[in-house]
Design a protein around this ligand. Structure first.
Ligand code: FE2
Ligand code: FE2
Length: 195
C-alpha cells in the first residue's frame, strides 16, 4: 500500500484544494516551530561569514553584544535583538539592518525592531570618516522618537563589541531566550494581517 503523500498536488496555487492546504498548514506548523533553531544556526554561521579583518568574528561580536545587553539589565527581547542584529550580514551586506529587523519584527516591539533596522546608520558615527563616509548620517533621524535608543544601542552594545578579551556568554546560554521570542504568536507585517 502506498502511503498517502504529505505533499500538495497542485502546480498553480489557485488550483489547490482544501486537502492540499491542510497538508501545507500542517507542515508549516513544524517549520515555524523550528525557527528559533534556524536563528541560532544563523548566528553560529556568522563565525565563518568571511568578515575576516575585524578583531573578532561576527558570532563573537554578536555574543558580546547580547552579553553586554544582558549584563546591563536589558529585557529579553532587547538581548535577543542584540544577538541577531548582524545576522543579515552574509546575505544583505548593504542592507543588513533591514534584513535583521525583518526577521525579528513580527515578535518584538516596533522600537526594538527600529533600533535593529537603523543600527548601521548609527554605527557609521564611529568609523565612517575612515572609510570615505560621514559620521553624521544618523542626523537624518535626529527628530525621530527612537533616535536616542538607537544611539544608545550602538554606543553600548555594538561599536564597543569587538574586544577579544571580553568574557561573553556562549550561544547556548541565549538559546532559551531565542526560543521564547521566536516562538511567540507573530504579527504578520508582510501580509498586513496584524500590523
Ligand atoms: Fe551591523
Ligand atoms: Fe554589530
Amino acid at each position: 500500500m502506498v502511503a498517502e503523500s504529505t505533499r500538495a498536488t497542485f502546480t498553480r496555487m489557485q488550483d489547490g484544494t482544501a486537502d492540499d492546504y491542510a497538508k501545507i498548514d500542517h507542515a508549516d506548523a513544524e517549520y515555524f516551530a523550528a525557527l528559533p533553531t534556524r536563528i541560532l544556526a544563523a548566528v553560529a554561521a556568522l563565525a565563518t561569514d568571511g568578515l575576516s579583518a575585524y578583531t573578532i568574528d561576527r558570532t563573537s561580536h554578536s555574543l558580546q553584544s547580547a552579553t553586554r545587553a544582558l549584563r546591563a539589565g536589558e529585557e529579553e527581547d532587547y538581548v535577543v535583538a542584540a544577538l541577531i542584529h548582524d545576522v543579515g550580514d552574509p546575505l544583505a551586506p548593504f542592507s543588513h539592518g533591514r534584513l535583521a529587523a525583518s526577521i525579528i519584527k513580527p515578535f518584538v516591539s516596533p522600537r526594538i525592531a527600529w533600533i535593529v533596522e537603523q543600527h548601521p546608520v548609527f554605527q557609521m558615527y564611529y568609523y565612517a570618516p575612515h572609510m570615505g563616509g560621514t559620521r553624521d548620517a544618523r542626523e537624518r533621524f535626529r527628530d525621530h522618537e527612537w533616535f536616542d535608543d538607537a544611539e544608545y544601542f550602538t554606543a553600548n552594545y555594538d561599536e564597543n563589541c569587538f574586544d577579544p578579551d571580553y568574557p561573553s556568554l556562549p550561544l547556548e546560554y541565549f538559546a532559551p531566550m531565542v526560543h521564547n521570542v521566536f516562538s511567540r504568536e507573530p504579527a504578520f507585517p508582510e501580509t498586513g494581517a496584524t500590523l
